[in-house]
Design a protein around this ligand. Structure first.
Ligand SMILES: Nc1nc2c(c(=O)[nH]1)N[C@H]1C(S)=C(S)[C@@H](COP(=O)(O)O)O[C@H]1N2
Ligand SMILES: [Mo]
Length: 399
């Protein structure tokens, strides 16, 4: 059996484990770190925290936040629609560029690799709804813990180079990106994202590789859009069509989802929703502790090395501060950078616990604009549960 023929069988088989991991109505949620990794794995993935098998919704465990690069087989997965093509022939597959262009194009992956300048960027992919379950009350949607994010090195071709080859017609203003998967019900709209051409810069790429390998099937094989610094809702996977238009088409996934209140002064509450909303775009500053994890035991007087990652929408991480006294005093963690401003910055902080019992580590990142993570209690609620970036904390037991 060829690898990609195998997909359907194993996806169906993995449905069996879901009963133990997904929430049913009326059931109370688990604390974020008590979410269980499933027993069975999806193709090209290790067993992961599994919310659904169709479409696959997989979360990375906290331990992935100890490394600057997230491995492909532990990388989170989010699809909106269940019917994901399983037989893609790399030789005949081509991406189409049409609409308000001077010349319509159909480009194969081989042509992308041979006929264009090849570029690489290391960038964080984070779902706008990552950490949604940390909001109170919890908004509807997937009850992500903090693992709807990862960082990978992407290789591909600049979108601007592709558009230059096609040539834009006068009046071209919007650009739509179409994924190949389909809904189970024919009236459900396709997954299409639309951006203003002016939003895109030379950093946006159409990628065919992730961490030096073909894109994993579930992360968008064979091509996906990479928009460094942006939340990943517009990083369209299994990208098949790029369409340039003059006007914005009203699209379900643009108009209804991935939006937050537009007016900073009009705060949103469950019984008072903001009137005007806007799409989420650039990521705010965030850090997560990867080690230790909640509930672990550490030895009295030993050296505990707290490790984690921090990132923002591309300004870069200036410092990460750690507190062991509930946020009264903060100490600077050591940083390891080098993968560029869109990548994870690794941090580490050594601490010797001199008291027995519970010990809580808090981590707070600050970017070069001076933006810092707020305390969890100061996070503004929004109906979609987007952009959560409260100070992360992990509690261990000193024994
Ligand atoms: N074709 C397609 N692309 C998509 C989506 C989708 O449902 N279909 N979901 C988007 C959202 S909301 C997220 S969070 C990311 C997830 O990327 P990943 O599965 O590679 O982690 O893909 C984005 N691209
Ligand atoms: Mo997402």
């Amino acid at each position: 059996m060829k690898r990609r023929d195998f997909l359907k069988t194993s996806i169906a088989a993995s449905a069996a484990v879901l009963g133990s991991t997904s929430l049913s109505a009326g059931e109370t949620r688990q604390p974020i770190d008590n979410r269980k990794v499933a027993k069975m794995a999806f193709p090209e993935k290790r067993p992961m925290i599994t919310y659904s098998d169709r479409p696959p919704l997989l979360e990375s465990p906290r331990s992935t936040f100890t490394r600057g690069i997230t491995e492909n087989d532990e990388f989170f997965v989010r699809w909106h629609l269940p019917d994901i093509p399983t037989h893609i022939d790399l030789d005949s597959f081509s991406i189409k560029i049409n609409g308000m262009v001077k010349k319509e194009l159909e480009i194969t992956v081989k042509e992308l690799k041979n006929d264009f300048e090849q570029v690489e960027v290391t960038a964080v992919v984070q779902c706008g709804g990552n950490s949604r379950s940390a909001f109170t009350p919890i908004p509807g949607g997937i009850q992500w813990g903090s693992g709807a994010m990862g960082c990978a090195k992407w290789k591909g071709v600049r979108l601007s180079d592709i558009l230059e080859r096609a040539g834009l017609q006068k009046g071209a203003h919007w650009i739509g990106f179409n994924g190949m998967e389909k809904a189970a019900y024919y009236k459900t709209p396709n997954f299409v994202r639309e951006l203003e051409l002016t939003e895109l810069d030379d950093h946006v790429i159409v990628a065919y590789q992730m961490n030096d390998e073909d894109l994993p099937y579930l992360n968008g094989f064979p091509l996906r859009l990479i928009i460094p610094g942006y939340y990943s809702d517009s990083w369209v996977k299994m990208l098949s069509n790029i369409t340039v238009t003059d006007k914005y088409k009203s699209l379900f996934f643009m108009d209804k989802a991935y939006r937050v209140p537009d007016n900073a002064t009009e705060s949103e509450e469950p019984n008072h929703l903001a009137k005007v909303t806007k799409p989420i775009t650039h990521m705010n500053v965030k850090s997560l502790i990867g080690y230790p994890e909640n509930g672990m035991q550490v030895y009295h007087n030993s050296h505990v090395v707290v490790r984690g990652v921090a990132f923002d929408g591309g300004h870069g991480i200036d410092k990460v501060m750690v507190s062991v006294d509930g946020g009264k005093n903060w100490d600077r963690a050591e940083l390891k950078q080098g993968n560029g401003r869109y990548a994870y910055t690794e941090f580490r902080y050594a601490f010797k616990p001199t008291q027995y019992g519970k010990l809580t580590f808090m981590a707070k990142a600050v970017n070069y604009l001076g933006d810092e993570q707020p305390f969890a209690k100061d996070i503004k609620w929004n109906r979609g549960g987007y952009k959560y970036n409260g100070i992360d904390e992990v509690t261990v037991e000193v024994v």
